[in-house]
Design a protein around this ligand. Structure first.
Ligand code: 5GP
Length: 183
């Protein structure tokens, strides 16, 4: 298994994180790549589990495979040390990253990675989900909705596209694609 990676990307609000959590539960070969970020933890988020929460100053000192200002003023990145840690455990790395990060990681890993784009039918569905989730301020919510429409145009850059209209079906589709890739 050493050297393989699964990249899951989607516009914010597409249900990507729910699918990622499911995959981690059903497939013990997968291990979540904990990203570093400069955004503040949400309630219930744990440092070193959901993210490595860093100050902007500390973020600058780290070595990344990929990093990005995902939202204005908020940096996210995949630490080199994180991938080494997971591969040394003999596991397959599972990334939950934004669309641009997904494209960059696929470019970096090439055939070692399967990149999956989770899509929903329309920007309206995304808007509804983000409003329902209620985890962002009004200003941050607007940023996410604007960005989501733009991100929807990137599906062609991914190895496979999964439609998340029915969650059970989307999860099964992702499970099957990953099993086939891991072999
Ligand atoms: P959130 O703030 O909702 O946790 O994440 C915002 C976006 O950043 C999500 O699309 C998430 O997948 C993405 N993200 C998380 N970690 C990384 C990373 O290491 N690199 C990139 N490019 N995006 C990331």
């Amino acid at each position: 298994m050493i050297g393989k990676a699964i990249i899951i990307s989607a516009p914010s609000g597409s249900g990507k994180t729910t699918i990622v959590r499911h995959l981690l539960k059903v497939n013990p070969l997968l291990q979540f790549s904990i990203s570093a970020t400069t955004r503040k933890p949400r309630p219930l988020e744990v440092d070193g589990k959901d993210y490595y929460f860093l100050t902007a100053k500390d973020f600058l000192t780290k070595e990344f495979v990929e990093k990005e200002e995902v939202y204005e003023g908020f940096f996210y990145g995949t630490l080199k040390s994180e991938i080494e840690r997971i591969w040394q455990n003999g596991r397959v790395v599972l990334f939950d990253v934004d669309v641009q990060g997904g494209v960059n990681l696929k470019e970096y890993f090439g055939d070692k990675a399967l990149s999956i784009f989770i899509k929903v039918d329309s920007p309206e569905v995304i808007k509804e989900r983000l409003i329902k989730r209620n985890t962002e301020s009004t200003e941050d919510l607007k940023k996410r909705i604007d960005k989501a429409s733009y991100e929807m145009s990137f599906e062609k850059d991914f190895d496979i596209v999964i439609l998340n209209q029915n969650l059970d079906i989307a999860q099964k589709d992702a499970e099957n694609a990953i099993n086939k890739f891991i072999g």
